[in-house]
Design a protein around this ligand. Sequence first.
Ligand code: HSE
Length: 401
Amino acid sequence: MAKVCIIGFGCIGSGTYEILKHNQDIIAARTGESIEVKYIVDIRDFSQHEVAPLVTTDFDKILADDDLDIVVETMGGVGPAYTYTKAALEHGKSVVTSNKELVASKGDELFGIARQNGCKYFYEASVGGGIPIIRPMLTSLNANNITEITGILNGTTNYILTKMIKEGTDFDTAVSNAQKLGYAERDPSADVEGHDTCKKISILSSMALGRKVNYEDVYTQGITAVTSEDTKYAESLGCAIKLIGRFKQAADGAEVLVSPMLVDSSSPLYGVEDVFNAVKVTGDMLGDALFYGKGAGKLATASAVVSDIIEVLKDARDDINAPWLPCSEKIIKDYSHIRGSFLVRIKNEPDAFALALERFDNARTLEFIDGEFAVVTGELSVAELEASLEGLDVISKYMFA
Ligand code: HSE
């Protein structure tokens, strides 16, 4: 019988416990052994919960337990999660995690420690909630040079945008509903400011490049400034505004960014609504592959955690080489050099319209509403866009995905 410890018995940790219990027979059939949750590490009071006898705060006891095979880290954050993960791996215990912050910031180091100690560090649940994306990239897609990844990677913001656009729900109500449904991070600003998506696209970009993409180098803009007028403009162009994490290998370097973008109705990402995530991965041999499913929530995310537990027990070899190596340099292009075409809403001040037509050769005007106009640019860099917009009073601007 395999023995597991869960560190952090919140939404995902308790979901992991529930799945191990609910599907114990089919999981045992797939791994060839049953799985017992032997310990739960959490400082909160679970004395009224059925797991009370398993709860401890003594992590040293767990490290010293030679019977314990796997540590499930569902605490989130870097501090204590890093300390526990490192110690578990150094003691030869495999760790599976949903913690994208830790994987994005310390993954390279932790993969190395796992390898040195003959154990695994698996992180399927760190990106895309329940969607299989990490393992397919490590296995089925590994004959390809991954040239592009475009993803709706945050369930909370996709849920919020869907509710605002489809049902006219106000921003604060939508955020609070996402929290009640267990989608949002403890601090939902990590969702709405784009930081959660930033960690996830940094993980996928690091996998694509085989070297660490430092998430602090990734330009990140969230959805807090998106207005209903923006969404109407998007609709008039046959697009929807989605928070996108994107990696792209351009001729002059890799581009990685997080931003609300205009997604055309012909894109498979256009109809992705509510808490669902979708990741379009482009391989140089395969072309496009789409991964779609529930990107957040207790059981959806825990299903990815449990799949990693099963993979550890099946002795999966995904970590035979580290998914990415440490890298201290900035290996992605500056935001100002990223290229795209844009929708820009501009205040219709005297001479502004004539100036815009002069500057944007490929610009086309959209309808005038309430003292403003908009242009859709051809392809140019962010720096070129900014230079062309000098002297114009910009209301908002969005890149096409
Ligand atoms: N807060 C995250 C989201 C949870 O909404 O996508 C899953 O990573």
